[in-house]
Design a protein around this ligand. Structure first.
Ligand SMILES: Nc1ncnc2c1ncn2[C@@H]1O[C@H](COP(=O)(O)OP(=O)(O)OP(=O)(O)O)[C@@H](O)[C@H]1O
Ligand SMILES: [Mg+2]
Length: 243
C-alpha cells in the first residue's frame, strides 16, 4: 500500500493543507486513509481531529478514528521535538517510522505523512518510510532553490540508505494569476520536471486559509470554492498514481 510523504523544507507552502484536503477526499471516496502527523506544530491533527488525544507515531500510537468515516490520524505535536532528539542519538533512528508503519500498511489504503518545514530527522524518517513523495511548491523564485536542495538530499539518501521511493511528484500551490513571475516559474518547473508536475494547480484561495480555524478541511467548510475543487482534481490525479 502506498505511503505518501508530503514534504518541503520551505515553510508555509501548503504541505498541511495538501495532506488534509487529499486525505479527506481519499477517505470520502472510500479509501481507508491514515494521516501521520509528523510535525511538532501539529497542524494536521488540529485540522482533522482537534480533540484527538494520544501519542505520536514514534510512541507506537495506534491510528485514531476522526469524525470523517474511513479517515484516521496518528497525532503530531510538540512531543515530537524531544522524540526527534532521542531518535537522532539512536542507531537506526531514521528508520523508526518505517518499522512502526510496517504492520499498519496492510490495514490502511493510502498513508499520508505531513512533515515539518526542515530536512531534519523527522522528515528523514518520513522519506525513508515513503513509497511516494509529493512536494508542494509555491510559484516564487526561492522555491526553485529549495526544491534543488530537497532533491539533492533525496539523492544523498538514495546513495546511503535503502530508500523505497518510487514516485516523486510536484504540486504547484498558492498560484496567483496576477503574479507574472508565477507563470514564468510554472513554465520553468513544467519544462524541467515534465510529467512529475501534477496538471492541477492549486490557486491562492482565502477559503483554504480559513478552513483550519474551523478545525475542518476546506472540503467541509467551502466544498465549492476554487481551492477545494482544485484539491478534488489533484486527488483524482493522485488516485491514478497511488491506488
Ligand atoms: N492555496 C492557498 N491559498 C490561500 N491560503 C493557503 C493556501 N494553501 C494554504 N494556505 C494557508 O497558508 C498557510 C500555510 O499553509 P500550510 O499550513 O498548509 O503550509 P505548510 O507548508 O504546512 O506550513 P508549515 O511549513 O508551517 O508546516 C495556512 O494558513 C494555510 O491555511
Ligand atoms: Mg504544515
Amino acid at each position: 500500500m502506498p505511503v505518501l510523504a508530503v514534504s518541503n523544507q520551505k515553510g508555509g507552502v501548503g504541505k498541511t493543507t495538501t495532506v488534509t484536503a487529499l486525505a479527506w477526499y481519499l477517505a470520502t471516496a472510500g479509501q481507508r486513509t491514515l494521516v501521520v502527523d509528523n510535525d511538532p506544530q501539529g497542524n494536521a491533527t488540529s485540522c482533522l481531529a482537534p480533540t484527538a488525544e494520544g501519542g505520536t507515531i514514534y510512541e507506537g500510537q495506534a491510528p485514531i478514528a476522526t469524525a470523517t468515516p474511513d479517515l484516521f490520524v496518528i497525532p503530531g505535536g510538540p512531543a515530537l521535538l524531544d522524540q526527534e532528539r532521542a531518535l537522532a542519538q539512536r542507531p537506526g533512528g531514521s528508520g523508526r517510522m518505517r518499522e512502526l508503519l510496517a504492520p499498519l500498511k496492510g490495514q490502511y489504503g493510502p498513508i499520508l505523512i505531513d512533515c515539518p518545514p526542515n530536512l531534519s530527522f523527522l522528515p528523514t524518517n518520513a522519506l525513508l518510510s515513503a513509497t511516494h513523495l509529493l512536494i508542494p511548491l509555491q510559484c516564487e523564485y526561492y522555491a526553485l532553490e529549495g526544491l534543488g536542495q530537497l532533491l539533492a538530499y533525496i539523492d544523498d539518501l538514495r546513495r546511503s540508505t535503502t530508500l523505497d521511493l518510487r514516485w516523486v511528484g510536484i504540486l504547484l500551490t498558492m498560484a496567483d494569476d496576477r503574479a507574472p513571475l508565477a507563470a514564468q516559474i510554472e513554465r520553468d518547473v513544467r519544462q524541467h520536471f515534465g510529467s512529475q508536475v501534477l496538471k492541477t494547480v492549486i490557486p491562492r484561495d482565502p477559503a483554504l486559509a480559513a478552513a483550519p480555524s474551523h478545525g475542518r478541511t476546506v472540503a467541509e467548510t467551502a466544498p465549492l470554492s476554487a481551492g477545494s475543487l482544485a484539491y478534488l482534481q489533484a486527488t483524482r490525479e493522485l488516485i491514478d498514481v497511488l491506488v
